[in-house]
Design a protein around this ligand. Structure first.
Ligand SMILES: [Zn+2]
Length: 361
């Protein structure tokens, strides 16, 4: 069944390339008839066409950047369907072709997880079944916000009720550092050995880092849920440029800074928060680490990761200061969204103004 789907997908890709179409409608018109030789339920044909349009679009985008990019071809056995399946009697009923069905029993943990929710799609690979499920949530009117700042070894959280928390992620940093070291030893060796080692170590390392990030994101969202708080985080675009080659930090720092993925933590926090109906806001990172969270003036670094404001004299841990700035910017922006009349004013508001509004609250 998976092999048949792979062939259909490659047929669709070939037709799309030959006819130079990427839209779902035109590819359906060109390809659907040619899939008639496959004895499968019609929704699998539509799934193949839909998957092919995604692949063709990515290919077209990549080709604009690099004209020598290879033409796409599906090698992996993987099928995603939104139609035809049923969840019932503790299992998943999945049609294989126009006449046959298979029944995949679901363990009680999975049954409990999806109980009461709508299963939207099923993804099959050789050794895995994934169910995607959804629920309608109503967005909570937040009682406050929590601002999240990410650092080398931790995330620091500042909350509207003035509480501060720090989640230690140094193990994730170390795990990745060890992995990098192991990998570097194999650089000049045989490709097959390198693949084997980096495959095994790579998987272990990724799983461990995922575990650590899931633990932290879970605790953060639980805290937000208990307080009915929204979440404010840094917008990632631009900030990453800070840690690129050519900046003053040097390779070691850059490597460490990128060593646990903030993007992955953000992704986890966002979907876990949305599941609970908690609003998530992204703020521009400009000034969050250098401006005073009380008065908005420039801060001077002191020893032990402390900062002091030369204007108001406020002395604070620099991670805490950044988290407070993110919190203030998020709170301000949510106010702008919540009160449409003030949106125009807030859109032009600077970090400095947001820091002031925090002092007033
Ligand atoms: Zn100040």
């Amino acid at each position: 069944m998976l092999e048949q789907f792979r062939q259909m997908l490659n047929d669709c890709i070939r037709i799309g390339l030959a006819e130079n179409v990427t839209s779902l409608k035109s590819l359906s018109l060109k390809a659907y008839k040619q899939l008639s030789r496959y004895d499968v339920a019609s929704y699998y044909k539509l799934c193949a066409i839909s998957a092919a349009t995604g692949i063709l679009r990515n290919y077209r985008k990549a080709k604009r950047r690099n004209p020598y990019v290879k033409e796409p071809y599906a090698r992996r056995l993987r099928l995603t369907t939104c139609y035809g399946f049923k969840v019932r009697d503790g299992g998943l009923l999945l049609p294989t072709d126009t006449k046959e069905h298979i029944w995949i029993p679901l363990i009680s943990h999975v049954q409990a997880a999806i109980a009461g929710f709508m299963v939207r799609s099923v993804t099959l690979t050789e050794d895995r079944v994934s169910l995607a499920y959804a629920k309608d949530t109503e967005e909570v009117q937040p009682q406050g916000f929590i601002g999240i700042d990410r650092n080398l070894d931790n995330v620091t959280v500042a909350m509207s009720d003035a509480l501060l928390k720090r989640f230690d992620l140094s193990e994730a940093t170390q795990t990745k550092a060890i992995y990098r070291q192991v990998r570097s030893h194999f650089k000049r060796n045989d490709v097959r050995i390198r693949r084997l080692i980096s495959g095994k170590y790579g998987r272990k390392q990724r799983e461990r880092v995922q575990q650590i990030l899931h633990h932290a994101s879970k605790l953060i969202v639980e805290e937000a849920k208990a307080k009915q708080n929204g979440i404010a985080m840094e917008k990632l675009t631009g900030i990453r440029r800070l840690y690129r080659r050519g900046n003053w930090q040097g390779r070691w720092y850059r490597g460490r800074m990128n060593s646990w993925s903030y993007a992955e933590l953000q992704r986890q926090i966002e979907y876990k928060a949305k599941w609970e109906g908690l609003p998530v806001i992204y703020v521009h990172p400009r000034g969050t680490s250098s401006k005073c969270s009380i008065c908005g003036e420039d801060m001077k670094p002191e020893e032990n990761r402390m900062l002091r404001c030369h204007s108001c004299g406020y002395a604070v841990d620099r991670d805490v200061n950044a988290a407070k700035n993110i919190l203030a910017a998020g709170t301000l922006r949510f106010g702008a969204v919540g009160l449409a009349g003030e949106a125009m004013v807030a859109a032009s508001a600077t970090l400095r103004e947001s820091a002031k509004s925090m002092r007033g609250s």
